[in-house]
Design a protein around this ligand. Sequence first.
Ligand SMILES: [Zn+2]
Length: 287
Amino acid sequence: MAAPAASLLICALALALATPAEAAQKKHHQKKHHQEKDADEAAPGEKVVDEGETTKPIAPRPYKYWCQKGECTKFCGVSGIDKAAVAAAAARTKTNLTKDMVDAAVAIQPELEKLGCKPAGGKEAGKASRNCGIEFNKGKGHRFILPGLARGLAKAALGAQKEGVVISVGSTVRSLEQQVELMCKNHRKGMDPPCSGNTGLACPGPNVHTDGFAVDLHLESTAGKSLTQGTGNRQDCKARKKQVLANPHLKKLNDIMFAAGWWKYCEEVWHFEYTQNPYNHFRKREY
Ligand SMILES: [Zn+2]
């Protein structure tokens, strides 16, 4: 189970691959098709609409920004990260900090109750809602989401419950602070420059995991057996589509998530986002 940390890196790295040009193109496309709706740019982190469809796109932002002009290195102090510098950069790039987030395992409980399922509880909050079709397999501090995602997760949970399966949520947010800490750790080990791409570590800064819009998850049986892949490498979308079509569990997972208002990232069968995402064309609501 060396996978979680590594997979998050992959995921974050993958997300960093959308070019600003792609983002701009997608955004233009969305504007054309959503003229009736409010298609104005939402500030990143703006409240996610919690009723199924989310309509506000996130404004595209330049991923590389933080690593220009020595910006990254200056966050790395001798004994730890320079928190004030990180907070200032976060404000400038409108990247969410941990303080904007909630513990998904806790935030989902009232939402499940509103939808008709009372979590059975349990010693560990992450398992408390298993009877309602969802659990969180990371410890406290590693399952942050923006508050607006709790409703979407609750809907997905009850979709899973209806199908007799459980959604097991792994990575949600790696906070900006956590990402900077990792980067600085590499930097102190002499891996220079930070975020060069050599270490596979995505640069801290805006991306959907840091901003709290994305979750990585897989399906389990009620007995706790994994039914779908929860981590791995990115793969071509066509190959992924074949994989999903050939696997009833993956199809089921897709159906559950789409019905609950989520989009998938087609290169990873475990990654879903609860927002309309302008970054690129990899976000889909189809197998
Ligand atoms: Zn992911």
